[in-house]
Design a protein around this ligand. Structure first.
Ligand code: BGC
Ligand code: NOJ
Length: 818
């Protein structure tokens, strides 16, 4: 069943009933202030760091689901209801939620009272705006009570959910007219507060949760609303909230609009107080920054202008790569939602979603480098800065902190290093950046190692250390040592964890020096040539020769020890036994090494690549995508680690771990098999499963990290939507390898590999200061092959388009054929 539809012209997904199979969310904010916003107004917001500076409280894993949000309650002649359906599950005469690019709109009605809410974070400001309009659609006057409601988080989201012996005594607020200030801990070490304001005079307010709700009531039965009267409560400890009570008289046909703003404000340490109380610093907070912010968004007009500016921002951004084709699902995913999701991963990494609590993970070294592949064409300057941040957390020996914290940009000691694929992703990210921009200057940037300025060297040296780390950390078969894990965090071949609760990754009590990864070998063979090319193009010819030799040796090791007869081996364990081989009982074949080896063009000449991908299809494919391995591990294997800890069919144990499916898609295009490439693309692509939402459950407009595999009870059910490397890699697979518009060092390559029944498509691509309007004609019905190209009407005898850099539009016509 479908729960909505795509509105491509508006770049929106419209949800037409509120009881979606899971909360379907959107992200507000693109710089410093962010909000998660569900289709029933659930979610929370934070300033920069979801753990340290969280403004509102959210209850993960709560019953009912999706507890906490920015709620509005209406009281219409004694009838109390929530226009966003939740939290009262009110019966609505009309309901729609539209998630767009950085904003969401909810509109509904009941008994002739219409409600609409537009929520977004304006560009360059640190607040969330909720514009609410009430319209009397009935024939008689209405006297409406409107109550707002948010619950403040006591800033540190982890403490907020754990340290109640302290929390229940620290909450503080200030109320000033229609403005409610949350100032917990401001008297001590914080120099920031939150403000929840509305642009009209209010009838009353509440700031204490118990006073507003009643101790034994949930969000679905706020006592104050049912009483029709705010309690004017002033929170002191316990749970500070913000609620405004507004009375609105509406004649038939009349509308009234209210602007609610939830802002984050900071003051310099010496200007924290407006009025200091003698003998203490517990005075009245300095509201200057709040006044300035609220002044700016005081009228519906100013809010509309800010929303228009946000729309322009997204229009320009997504205008850098657009697609049109008969297949609207592909076009809207590649042109709109996939790129949007890539920007969300740019902002969030893996920190805050409805599956990531915002408390746990920082920025991943490998994650961030791979995410970059999906947004470098959109925000090249920000990608550049990101690369330098990531590289600064690399260790002098080329290895890397597995994660770093976004606020401090420092490596995360708890996890440390030892994930031996990490260094290579830096080469991959930097190569993508240079191919996109032509900016070799980045290689000369001085970047610290381990965040230590005294160890700084050029980015090029960082790349060299990355490359050399793999070269110098090889095992008995000449393949790279795996360390704690490679891309597959759950293949923990040196960890041997026996104790419940301990980390599978960091419990390294068995340094074998033996366990090897064929995947890392393949990543080396894929990304190494870019390193060699960068060396050549910057006059480092000796280094290029050295790199080429190292790559050849690695390919030789894969050929010798990484081939199992019908597919590529996955790894060798700490005892030198194969993983992902016919010799194994379970885990005979894995997806990753097969996809990546073929991406690196290994085995293409001698038919092994074809065989490997045929084996993937035969053993790993399913209706909903390609599973990670087969057969699933039935028992826990001490020598394999977390991969065997999951029940069969979930996560890395034979789930459809979507991130690696596009590796197979790309590999298929290397063989020219456009039909199969497209099939693997569509199977995990959410838009193709829109009418199957009851099973898939996640948003039809974004990729999920995992879909339950064929061994799982709920085969086809997705989990962990939004924050996944799937976004970047699917975008690479569709834009660069299927549609075939691929940046390379010399320019833009046109190399489509599409299904034979796709008659053609158009792409517009902004590239190094010019716009390429590309039309591809496949009336020949082939899967791959370019017969001719014209550029601005003239024949062009190469599949590489020139770099124009002239700020002009260039018309490219590609005719496919044999
Ligand atoms: C998950 C992985 C994740 C890892 C590290 C594991 O439990 O299955 O997907 O990458 O934890 O956070
Ligand atoms: C999620 C992690 O963020 C990513 O780094 C890893 O590669 C995958 N899980 C697979 O384990």
């Amino acid at each position: 069943m479908q729960y909505g539809f795509f509105d491509d012209d508006a770049r929106e997904y419209a949800i037409t009933r509120p009881d979606t199979p899971y909360p379907w969310i959107n992200y507000l904010g693109c710089e410093d202030f962010f909000g998660l916003f569900s289709n029933t107004s659930g979610g929370y917001c934070f300033y920069r760091d979801a753990r340290m500076l969280r403004l509102t409280r959210y209850r993960y894993n709560n019953v009912p689901a999706d507890a906490g949000g920015r709620y509005f309650y209406l009281r219409d002649n004694g009838d109390v209801w929530t226009p966003s359906w939740m939290p009262m599950k009110s019966k609505l005469d009309r309901y729609e939620c539209r998630h767009g690019m950085g904003y969401s709109k909810i509109s509904s009605s009941r008994n002739g009272l219409a409600f609409s809410q537009t929520s977004f974070v304006p560009l360059h400001d640190t607040c969330e705006i909720h514009k609410v309009t009430l319209t009397n659609e009935s024939k008689s006057d209405k006297n409406i009570d409107l109550f707002s409601f948010i619950e403040f988080c006591l800033w540190n989201a982890n403490d907020d959910m754990t340290n109640f012996q302290r929390n229940f005594s620290i909450g503080e607020v200030e109320i000033d007219g229609s403005r409610i200030y949350h100032k917990t801990e401001y008297r001590e070490r914080r120099n920031h507060y939150a403000v929840w304001a509305v642009n009209v005079p209010i009838e009353g307010f509440d700031t204490d949760r118990q006073a507003f709700l009643g101790l034994y009531n949930g969000f679905d039965h706020p006592q104050a609303v049912f009483d029709g009267k705010a309690k004017n409560s002033v929170a002191s400890g316990w749970a500070p909230i913000g609620s405004h009570h507004i009375k609105a008289r509406l004649a038939p046909g009349e509308s009234k609009t209210f602007v609610f703003v939830l802002g984050y404000c900071e003051n310099p340490d010496d200007q924290k107080w407006e009025k200091a109380v003698p003998g203490g610093n517990h005075g009245v907070i300095n509201k200057k920054p709040a006044n300035a912010l609220l002044e700016k968004y005081n009228t519906p007009e100013s809010v509309n202008n800010a929303l228009a500016a946000l729309n322009d921002y997204w229009k320009a951004l997504l205008g850098r790569f657009t697609v049109d084709a008969e297949d609207k699902k592909m076009a809207r995913m590649a042109g709109i939602w996939n790129q949007y999701q890539c920007m969300i991963t740019f902002n969030m990494s893996r920190s805050a979603s409805y599956f990531e609590s915002g408390i746990g993970r920082g920025m991943g070294f490998r994650d961030s480098n791979q995410d970059l592949l999906g947004f470098v064409h959109l925000v090249p300057e920000r990608a550049r800065a990101r690369i330098l941040d990531i590289a600064a957390t690399q260790f002098p020996d080329g290895s890397a902190y597995h994660q770093y914290q976004p606020l401090t940009k420092r490596g995360n000691n708890e996890i440390g290093s030892g994930f031996n694929d990490d260094p290579l992703w830096l080469i991959c990210g930097v190569a993508a950046y240079i191919k996109e921009t032509g900016d070799y200057g980045i290689l000369d940037e001085k970047v610290p190692f381990d965040n230590d300025e005294s160890l700084a060297d050029t980015l090029f040296v960082h790349l060299k250390r990355s490359f050399d780390y793999t070269v110098t950390h090889k095992g008995p078969h000449g393949l790279p040592l795996i360390g704690r894990a490679d891309w597959n965090d759950c293949l923990n071949l040196n960890c041997f964890s026996k104790t419940p609760g301990e980390s599978f990754q960091t419990t390294a009590n068995f340094e074998s020096g033996v366990a090897e990864s064929v995947l890392i070998a393949a990543i080396f063979a894929f990304t190494g040539p870019d390193y060699a090319e960068i060396c050549k193009r910057t006059g480092r010819n000796d280094e290029a020769q050295y790199a080429e030799k190292a790559i050849a040796a690695m390919i030789e090791a894969i050929n010798q020890h990484g081939w199992d007869g019908d597919w590529f081996v996955r790894a060798y364990d700490a005892y030198g036994k194969k993983i992902g081989s016919r010799e194994c009982d379970d885990g005979k074949i894995f997806i990753e090494s097969n996809g990546f080896a073929v991406m690196a063009d290994i085995g293409i000449k001698d038919g092994r690549a074809q065989k490997a991908l045929d084996s993937v299809k035969e053993h790993l494919d399913s209706k909903y995508g390609i599973v990670l391995l087969q057969p699933a591990y039935k028992d826990y294997h001490l020598e394999l680690g977390e991969v065997s800890s999951y029940p069969p069919g979930y996560k890395e144990n034979a789930g459809i771990f979507c991130h690696n499916n596009p590796w197979v898609t790309i590999a298929e295009t290397r063989l020219g098999r456009g039909n199969r490439a497209f099939e693997t693309y569509t199977k995990i692509c959410p838009a193709y499963r829109e009418d199957d939402s009851d099973l898939r459950r996640m948003e039809p407009y974004v990729y999920a990290q995992m879909v339950a595999g064929k061994d799982a009870v709920n085969h086809g059910e997705a989990k962990n939507s939004w924050l996944t490397g799937t976004a970047a890699w699917t975008f690479v697979s569709i834009s660069q390898y299927i549609l075939g518009v691929r940046p390379c060092f010399d320019g833009l390559i046109l190399d489509p590999c599409i299904p034979s029944n796709m008659k053609g498509f158009t792409v517009t691509r902004h590239f190094r200061g010019a716009d390429y309007h590309i039309t591809v004609d496949n009336s020949a019905g082939v899967e791959k092959g370019v017969k001719s190209i014209t550029v601005d009407g003239k024949p062009h005898d190469s599949t590489v388009l020139p770099v124009f850099g002239d700020n002009k539009v260039h018309k490219i016509v590609v005719t496919m054929g044999k």
